[in-house]
Design a protein around this ligand. Structure first.
Ligand code: ADP
Length: 423
């Protein structure tokens, strides 16, 4: 609007000056003078804009017409953007305040791996200085190779837990990393020493109780066996109860054996006793053992690869054996149990397949819990301990594998240990 009126004002000015000039015989000169005056006025206004923009916070200069409108608009956008900036600043400060007050260590690291911001809690955990270490490369300051390897590998799907040893103290740290923005990373660091200690106490307790119970149980079983060996000397009415006692003592022994084995797997360090394990040989050995222990079962080997897995032979054997014994226990005799070993894409699959009773889908997510049973009455008949799949799950985790369970009631089940292939 005002731009059109500025044009019309210019045209009016030119017309008047041309008319006045014409009256005195200098029409062209008068138009030139008027134009120069107009340009001079515009230059003057432009200068005022620049001077004003160089002094932020000042009110806009007074002006009329299109210049006045221009000043008003610039002033409006200026105020809007500074309000927006203040709002953003206060959100950033709010976030920084809340991170600063956290008991967990919080670190922000940029794309290049330099520390952008850290809170005070990081100081004792990673041995950094608050806030002086801002701007430094994180991996140059943290001494732990485990931390640095995890940080640089850029795979943060699982948190890192590691033992940090430094000046007279050893603490367990848990590190969670989230990516944000354009390659920036947000790190949460927590001291989990007390959780780790509690977990160790729990494990030790279970292991100690199991261990202590074994001796009296061995004595009881020993006497029971002796009684039963000489059962003809006993009054007949005692034989059946003694047989039942012997059976239950056997179950208890199996339970203690499984509990001890489970706590041993749990406490074994991940990389201890690791070797390349020949799964073909392992499954052949297992088949021979099962053929002897369960002569009526049909065990079939289905081995398609000679790939080996880096791991602990005894643990892998116990996992495969638990799966195979379950498959035998929960199938009819004339249904074969297949022990498979194959390569698929980037994985190696150790598979135990049966055509047995199957498991309802609702139970599958809970099967690996300790003592979880699908049906108690059925299990007392099969004499299981309820710890078999918990052991399998643990072995899987300790080998970086996952346990996949597929099953259909009345059709059969397939339990697969999925190992990532090493390149
Ligand atoms: P258990 O010693 O009772 O067999 P597990 O932990 O090995 O304990 O198995 C948990 C439960 O999962 C079993 O009680 C059984 O109900 C079910 N299960 C495991 N394997 C199979 C299978 N191959 N077919 C059917 N059910 C199974």
């Amino acid at each position: 609007m005002s731009w059109y009126s500025a044009i019309s004002r210019l045209l009016l000015l030119l017309a008047i000056s041309a008319a006045l000039g014409w009256m005195y015989g200098y029409a062209r000169e008068a138009v030139i003078v008027a134009l120069l005056g107009w340009i001079g006025f515009w230059l003057y206004q432009m200068r005022r804009v620049l001077v004003w923009l160089n002094n932020p916070g000042e009110m806009p200069p007074d002006a009329y017409g299109s210049w006045g409108e221009l000043f008003a608009r610039i002033y409006f956008y200026q105020r809007k953007s500074s309000q927006e900036q203040a709002r953003l600043q206060s959100s950033v400060e709010y976030l920084e305040d809340s991170f600063a007050a956290m008991r967990d260590g919080v670190l922000m690291v940029d794309k290049q791996g330099a520390i952008k911001w850290l809170n005070r809690a990081v100081e004792p955990l990673l041995g950094l200085r608050y806030p002086d270490d801002t701007g430094q490369t994180l991996t140059n300051l943290v001494r732990s190779p485990e931390f640095n390897e995890y940080f640089l590998a850029r795979d943060y799907t699982k948190p890192l837990q590691y033992l940090s040893v430094g000046e007279g103290r050893a603490i367990y740290l848990r590190v969670d990393i989230t990516r944000f923005g354009e390659g920036e990373r947000l790190l949460f660091i927590r001291d989990v020493s007390s959780e780790v200690r509690m977990e160790k106490i729990r494990r030790d307790f279970v292991a100690n109780v199991s261990h202590e119970l074994r001796t009296p149980l061995t004595v009881i079983s020993g006497y029971l066996s002796t009684f039963l060996e000489n059962s003809q000397e006993l009054p007949q009415r005692y034989v059946k109860p003694l047989e039942q006692m012997d059976q239950q003592a056997q179950r208890m022994e199996n339970l203690l054996k499984d509990l001890l084995w489970l706590s041993r797997i749990e406490s074994e360090q991940r990389e201890d006793d690791r070797d390349l394990v020949d799964i073909r040989g392992l499954l052949q050995e297992l088949r021979d053992e099962l053929d002897e222990a369960y002569p009526e079962a049909q065990i079939v080997l289905d081995i398609e690869t000679d790939d080996k897995v880096y791991g602990d032979y005894r643990q892998l054997y116990s996992a495969a054996s638990n799966l195979a014994i379950n498959a035998i226990k929960y199938s009819a005799n004339n249904h074969p149990v297949t022990l498979g070993w194959k390569a698929q894409d980037d994985s190696l699959l150790l598979q135990v397949r049966d055509r047995g009773i199957g498991i309802d889908a609702s139970h599958i997510p809970r099967l690996t819990e300790r003592f979880y049973r699908v049906d108690d009455s059925r299990n007392s008949a099969t004499g299981g301990t309820g710890l078999g799949l918990a052991i399998v799950k643990h072995v899987a985790v300790a080998h970086g594998a996952s346990l996949r369970i597929e099953s259909k009631l009345g059709v059969g089940s397939t339990f697969t240990l999925v190992f990532p292939k090493r390149h």
